[in-house]
Design a protein around this ligand. Structure first.
Ligand SMILES: [Ca+2]
Ligand SMILES: [Ca+2]
Ligand SMILES: [Ca+2]
Length: 434
């Protein structure tokens, strides 16, 4: 699914804006130095109002809102203030329309739809709603499951539009915060800074209900871990705990300052893997700080390469392009084993490719639907990383990335799509256990 930063709620005059900030944004992210009381002193009120604060394990960030934006001079003055580490635009992050989705929500099937899930097992047919595929162009998961179907010790955070945690195919796969479930209402029982976050958290609306009114996050969650229960669809992992972390509102739009708070939250909840099916063109220090904090915690950060049919080696897409050892950038292939026409590619900057065209999975309000995009390829890889960690829990994110690249099946059609030169293979990744 195509994701990019869209129009923000405030439109600034281009005269006042530094030309580098062409992407719409909502105020500025100010990272203050440790121990500074800069947020509460008078200096900032000369420039605007602090309207949101994110206290994270990797620092304190504030959103500075102004009526008409900061002039270049004011921006420069603030940048040089000794109490500030950096200031940058608080870019708007958004989902775009679902890329070439086939049809709308389909009714929940009465029995398994596994035969339509070509990404898991491509028999060359895969159901009447898909065009004819090529047998074997899949992630080889049936063989992988002979080794492991995952582990409930593995937590994967879906950082997205939320997850339908009541979905019949997902409700038993959600990581329940037991301290909050068994704790006192109105009290932050586990002391993570969020009250009654039983399922997860919604940073878009600042509440403890990460329900998905959009559908995108629920779709990604189903690819990773839809229950193997003879109902609906099947996830890459039968055994997994999914943490719903929402920062994109039901409109599909969100802010960077909420994205970094979402990443920080997922780390605190003990996530092993973060699945990130969103992105844009702007490089942001705060987002890179968040990803580095994940790396320091041993957390793998799987990111969609983007849906601009572009070469990420020459035109960077973020967060996929951050040069951090835990980032796995994922492109998309079709059921005939070709690079999906929309998928970004890059021999250096895209690590692997996974199924992403016409993917059937769970959807909002207990439904199912088909979606296409590197957004869908990303949770396939997040699920495979989860399988690998189930078998080898001490592997580092960079070791996992190397494993996925080196065990991919090289194909002519995908030779130039990614560093791997082929498609991810869950079985080969598990069979390469040291
Ligand atoms: Ca809590
Ligand atoms: Ca509580
Ligand atoms: Ca199922």
């Amino acid at each position: 699914m195509k994701l990019k930063r869209l129009i923000g709620s405030i439109v600034f005059s281009s005269i006042l804006l530094s030309p580098a900030f062409a992407t719409p944004f909502n105020g500025y992210i100010v990272k203050v130095k440790k121990g500074s009381n800069f947020l509460t002193n008078k200096t900032l009120s000369n420039f605007g109002s602090v309207t949101k604060i994110a206290n994270t394990s990797f620092g304190t960030f504030a959103r500075l809102e102004t009526n008409i934006g900061l002039s270049d001079k004011a921006f420069s003055v603030l940048s040089r203030n000794p109490e500030i580490e950096y200031i940058e635009p608080n870019y708007i992050i958004s989902l775009n329309k679902v890329h070439s989705a086939i049809g709308d929500e389909v009714p929940a099937p009465k029995d398994t739809n596994f035969k339509k899930q070509w990404g898991l097992k491509n028999d060359g047919r895969n159901g009447s709603i898909f065009s004819t595929g090529t047998s074997g162009e899949d992630i080889n998961v049936l063989r992988a499951w002979s080794i492991t179907k995952g582990s409930t010790d593995i937590k994967i955070a879906v950082i997205d539009t939320g997850v339908d945690y009541n979905h019949p195919d997902l409700k038993d796969q959600i990581d329940i915060n037991l301290a909050e479930l068994n704790g006192k209402p109105g009290v932050d029982d586990d002391g993570n800074g969020y009250i009654d976050d039983i399922y997860g958290y919604d940073f878009a609306n600042k509440d403890n209900n990460p329900q998905d009114g959009h559908g995108h996050g629920t779709h990604c969650a189903g690819v990773i871990g839809a229950a193997h229960n003879d109902v609906g669809v099947t996830g890459v992992m039968a055994n997994v705990k999914i943490i719903p972390v929402k920062f994109l509102a039901d409109s599909g739009s969100g802010e960077t300052i909420d994205a970094i708070a979402a990443i920080d939250y997922a780390i605190k909840r003990g996530a092993n893997v973060l699945s990130n099916s969103w992105g844009g063109d702007e490089k942001e220090q705060s987002l890179e700080d968040a990803i580095r904090a994940a790396e320091a915690a041993g957390v793998t950060f799987v990111a969609a390469a983007g849906n601009d049919s572009a070469d990420n080696d020459s035109t960077a897409s973020y967060p996929a392009n951050y040069q951090v050892g835990n980032v796995i950038s994922v492109g998309s292939f079709t059921n005939t084993g070709s690079k999906s026409s929309f998928s970004n590619y890059g021999l250096k900057s895209v690590h692997v490719t996974a199924p992403g065209s016409n993917i059937l999975s769970t959807y909002k309000r207990g439904g199912y639907t088909t979606m296409s995009g590197t957004s869908m390829a990303t949770p396939f890889v997040a699920g495979i990383v989860g399988l690998i960690l189930s078998q080898e829990p001490t592997l580092t994110p960079s070791e996992i990335r190397e494993r996925l690249v080196s065990t991919s099946v090289k194909t002519n059609k995908l030779a130039t799509a990614s560093l791997s030169g082929g498609r991810v293979d869950a079985y080969k990744a598990l069979a390469a256990k040291k």
